[in-house]
Design a protein around this ligand. Structure first.
Ligand code: SAH
Length: 346
């Protein structure tokens, strides 16, 4: 029977109201159901206790709620939680809760696997199976919000699209999910607390700029020299740095939102003065800051974190040029929950 039933969360509030009206019921029922589905994140029709038993049964006969299910949950010694999330078709993605003293950040996935081919990232070894739909993205956020309340006694404060997948390759669904996350009828979160991280798809960055989105943008840069970037992120051959740079200038002109560049320094790849100088020049095109992230080894040691001296060279050179730079320590390494380690190992 399940095959004939519609996914109720694909309906807008207006469509739900119309559904009830068409059956000779009150349109207002549509609002109630909508509230259960989104604000209260109900997993079953039975949970909708302000509806009559008959109405709940009628919904059950017509619809399904394709809710995600947290399949396994692992906790790191540093408090980080990694969820393996099962989707209605049995595929699995991962999402991570990252606690600090004052914040809880959710790191969510946007695709099952990834369509890109960054050579240092574990997710790239899983081919892209499919895009997540808006509800599947939203559900990850709700699940982490609940965990934050349960284990840390506070609501979720920030969201980063830095889990599996390339968010700008699933643009429409990511934007729909963000719309729901920020809507008062969803979680009512401020878009300023949301960061979309991309490996840099110029066309989509321009599109976001045109839509004047309010969330933050992070770009996984890792090198400001084309030949180097292409060797570690092969799609850079298709979207070279010049195109990326122009799209980012356009982004800033439209949104006035500073860009964060994520950057790992690897031994023998980008740990040279020439590489830092190129980064400094790249940072001049649009107001930006640099986040130096620790490398999380994923395999046989082809890539190695550069030594502290190289990191210091980056910090000093950037600072001397008036560019804000932060160094980010990895979280959740012991459970393979850190950046680039999400690969459905379990
Ligand atoms: N596709 C998006 C979001 C996912 S990756 C993007 O590329 O931005 C999230 C961040 O982790 C990116 O900055 C990515 O470059 C970085 N990353 C990937 N593999 C990593 C690894 N092994 N160690 C540290 N960071 C890594």
């Amino acid at each position: 029977m399940k095959g004939d039933k519609r996914d109720i969360r694909a309906l807008t509030k207006e469509q739900l109201r119309a559904f009830f009206e068409d059956r000779g019921d009150k349109a207002f029922r549509g609002n109630q159901v909508y509230e259960w589905l989104w604000q209260k994140a109900a997993h079953t029709f039975d949970a909708m206790t302000n509806l009559s038993k008959e109405t709940r049964q009628m919904l059950e006969d017509n619809f399904v709620i394709n809710h995600i299910k947290v399949d396994t949950m692992q906790r790191s010694s540093d408090g980080t939680i990694k969820n393996a999330v099962k989707l209605h078709d049995g595929l699995v993605v991962e999402s991570v809760l990252i606690p600090t003293e004052t914040r809880t950040t959710a790191c969510v996935s946007s695709q099952v696997g990834c369509s890109l081919d960054c050579r240092f990232c574990a997710t790239s070894r899983l081919k892209r199976m499919r895009n997540l739909n808006p509800d599947e993205i939203y559900d990850q956020v709700v699940a982490i919000d609940n965990q934050s309340r349960l284990y840390f006694d506070r609501p979720l404060s920030n969201i980063v699209f830095m889990g599996m997948g390339e968010p700008l390759m699933n643009y429409n669904n990511v934007l729909k999910a963000i719309a729901k996350i920020t809507s008062p009828e969803g979680l009512g979160m401020s878009p300023k607390r949301i960061t979309v991280s991309t490996s840099g798809v110029p066309k989509m960055i321009r599109k976001m700029a045109d839509e004047e989105v309010k969330f933050k943008l992070a770009v996984s840069l890792h090198s400001a020299i084309d030949a180097v970037r292409t060797s570690i992120m092969p799609f850079n051959a298709t979207f070279p740095l010049k195109d990326l740079r122009e799209a980012l200038e356009y982004w800033y002109s439209k949104t006035k939102n500073r860009i964060t560049y994520e950057y790992v320094v690897w031994k023998g790849i980008n740990d040279t003065q020439e590489a830092v100088d190129a980064l400094v020049r790249f940072c001049r095109f649009a107001p930006s800051k640099v986040n130096l992230i620790e490398y999380n080894p994923i395999d046989d040691g082809e890539f190695q974190q550069a030594d502290d001296l190289a990191i210091k060279m980056y910090q000093d050179t950037l600072q001397d040029n008036g560019i804000t730079v932060t160094v980010r320590r990895s979280r959740g390494k012991d459970i393979d929950a850190a950046c680039g380690q999400l690969a459905n190992k379990t």
